[in-house]
Design a protein. Structure first.
Length: 174
């Protein structure tokens, strides 16, 4: 993009309106019109599960930061408050304990985990830091879910592969 003389990056320039005129996008920014041949818009991140169609039905059950922490009035941030309050393996937690324990099987590795991790989440630099926590928690949860099976397998009588007579002639008798 920088190779093009007519490329400009407009920071802190919220569009108030936009329309198409003569095959170009015309945006009103702070009372000025700007015409563009092409537009790449960075619209930000929404971390509220209620705004995602695939999560909307479970969103009322998910614990949010606003459910677990009340910041001082001058530090309140509604967007961060809507962020899911994640567990140590980046898993959802229940807003009301005991109502949806299955939420713990849903792990978040995307920007919605920013408030919990305190750093960007879901990109390449976060892989080394955050994926091991999710893998550890998923592994632990799977193991605990099958704990009775593991215990039964550990306690079962195992038939010997061979009897004592195999080495009977090699036992030293002094």
């Amino acid at each position: 993009m920088l190779a093009h003389d007519n490329f400009h990056l407009h920071l802190a320039s919220p569009w108030e309106t936009a329309r198409v005129a003569d095959g170009r996008v015309v945006a009103d920014v702070n009372g000025r019109d700007f015409a563009f041949d092409f537009v790449i818009a960075g619209t930000g991140y929404s971390v509220d599960p209620a705004q995602r169609p695939e999560l909307a039905r479970i969103a009322p059950l998910v614990a949010r930061w606003r459910d677990r922490y009340t910041p001082p009035a001058d530090e309140r941030d509604d967007a961060l408050g809507a962020s899911p309050y994640l567990g140590d393996g980046l898993q959802y937690g229940e807003k009301t304990p005991g109502t949806a324990p299955w939420l713990g099987a849903i792990h978040v590795y995307n920007p919605a985990g920013y408030a919990t991790v305190g750093a960007p989440l879901g990109d390449v630099p976060s892989m080394r830091r955050d994926i091991p926590a999710a893998v550890r928690r998923i592994s632990e949860d799977l193991f605990v879910a099958d704990l009775d099976l593991h215990e039964a397998r550990a306690r079962v009588d195992v038939e010997p592969d061979f009897g004592p007579e195999l080495y009977a002639g090699a036992v030293w008798r002094g």
